[in-house]
Design a protein around this ligand. Structure first.
Ligand code: ADP
Length: 160
């Protein structure tokens, strides 16, 4: 039987930490849907199409993944796609409280969906898209934290 999982997030933009997690997930599951949230309450730097495009380009060599945008509740998106495992990343203890709350809330909405946490390589455990955007906006070199394509796209955004 196919072991399917969904890895949802904003991916605004994708970082080497996300890629590390995607690689770990594909080592466990036969197919991983990387689901890019088209959530309107967060004001993203990149459009959902840009985020999907960057993810697709940066994960080209990784087998068993598909990148898709989704609207609305991830639990409903998982149900529609018959997915029973939701993957989230745990970086620091500070992630734990929010992720714990979300996992238990999501379970109430969809009892069949189990949240599985993966930890990135310790070298990526401090990386966050939000922090990288703030640093890049101030002119920092973030090239060692994101794929080359993302680095270029960020430079273009902030050059405007
Ligand atoms: P969201 O807005 O849903 O938190 P993110 O794109 O920030 O979207 O994160 C998506 C998922 O990837 C979350 O589970 C987050 O904990 C995880 N994640 C983000 N950055 C890293 C990283 N550096 N290493 C491992 N997991 C990460």
């Amino acid at each position: 039987m196919e072991k399917l999982a969904i890895y949802p997030g904003s991916f605004d933009p994708v970082t080497n930490g996300h890629i590390d997690l995607i690689k770990r997930a594909t080592g466990i599951f036969s197919r991983v849907i990387v689901a890019v949230a088209n959530n309107t309450h967060k004001k993203p730097l990149f459009s959902v199409d840009e985020r999907v495009e960057m993810l697709q380009a940066c994960t080209k060599g990784i087998k068993g993944i598909q990148v898709e945008a989704f609207n609305g509740l991830v639990v409903e998106y998982a149900r529609k796609n018959n997915v029973k495992v939701l993957i989230r990343g745990l970086r620091m203890i500070s992630d734990f409280e929010y992720e714990f709350q979300m996992a238990l809330t999501n379970r109430r909405f969809n009892e069949e969906l189990e949240t599985v946490f993966l930890m990135p390589s310790e070298g990526y455990s401090f990386l966050s898209s939000t922090l990288l955007k703030e640093a890049a906006a101030l002119g920092a070199d973030v090239s060692s934290f994101v794929p080359d394509m993302v680095n270029e796209r960020m430079k273009q955004k902030f050059a405007k």
